[in-house]
Ligand binder design. Structure first.
Ligand SMILES: Nc1ncnc2c1ncn2[C@@H]1O[C@H](COP(=O)(O)OP(=O)(O)OP(=O)(O)O)[C@@H](O)[C@H]1O
Length: 243
């Protein structure tokens, strides 16, 4: 066993939102630990707390109680500035909608936010080229969003999330806007990235057919998270062993 801390650990996390005179408990004593190279599917009915869990893990929302450990650092103990740095350096976020800027090329989408990391422009451009290559988009580096397919735009989104070499990748419904074939290739890409970069990945998904491509599946219900179970055998996925 390695003594390296899990890149992502939520310990007894509770999140309450104000609701009229009372509160809604969106997360209720959630424990989750994700290791480098591990990909966890997060499933559960609408309103069960999946987006809340991602937002807390991303340090975008502070939990009401509990600890959020990112690469061993307790995010709940940090001020806003340090939190922003931690997020930028350790966490990659991939939402359903790529949110790309219409006037920028694929490469420019990756470079534009990168100056906040203090990387020189030339190195940022080289990193962007490298990451576009990782997601199979090197030939499209100069294309703007309208010249790319939905799947390609999602690949740009993924490449952008990798620019800071994150330890944690949080992915919210990455295939919601895509057809079956493109959805499968996006989940396979996330699987490969998780393996190659040894990142700790949590993917919220409604597409349970892709769950077997991940290592384990954790189910949310009413803000409570059941302990993850192995994903293998949770669905019929004949092409699972294909590269
Ligand atoms: N900003 C908010 N203010 C008040 N209540 C909220 C807020 N955001 C979420 N909630 C409530 O918290 C609970 C969990 O919501 P959350 O969006 O995390 O669930 P979800 O599983 O992601 O749902 P979906 O699959 O529909 O996206 C729900 O009862 C929801 O109504």
């Amino acid at each position: 066993m390695s003594s390296t801390p899990a890149p992502l650990a939520l310990v007894n996390v509770t999140l309450e939102y104000p609701d009229g005179d009372g509160t809604v408990r969106a997360l209720d004593a959630v424990d989750l630990s994700v290791h480098g190279g591990q990909m966890v599917s997060l499933v559960g009915p609408s309103g069960s707390g999946k987006s809340s869990l991602l937002a807390v893990a991303a340090t975008l929302i502070r939990p009401t109680h509990g600890l959020v450990l990112i690469d061993g650092t307790d995010a709940t103990g940090l001020g806003d500035k340090d939190l922003a740095v931690l997020r930028r350096e350790k966490v990659g976020l991939i939402f359903q909608q790529p949110n790309l800027l219409a006037s920028l090329s694929a490469a420019e989408q990756l470079v534009i936010g990168d100056h906040l990391r203090g990387r020189p422009a030339k190195a940022a451009r080289a990193k962007a080229a490298e990451m576009l290559d990782v997601v199979g988009l090197a030939p499209s580096a100069d294309k703007r969003p309208h010249q790319l397919s939905g799947g390609q735009r999602q690949r740009v989104n993924i490449a952008r999330a990798l620019m800071g070499e994150p330890k944690v990748l949080l992915v919210d419904e990455p295939t919601a806007a895509l057809d079956h074939e493109r959805s499968e290739s996006i989940v396979r890409l996330l699987r490969r990235i998780t393996d190659e970069f040894r990142v700790a990945t949590v993917m919220v998904t409604h597409d349970t057919e892709f769950v077997p491509l991940t290592d384990s599946v954790a189910t949310m219900r009413d803000g409570r998270l059941a302990a993850p179970v192995p994903a293998a055998g949770t669905g019929d996925f004949p092409s699972l062993s294909a590269p």
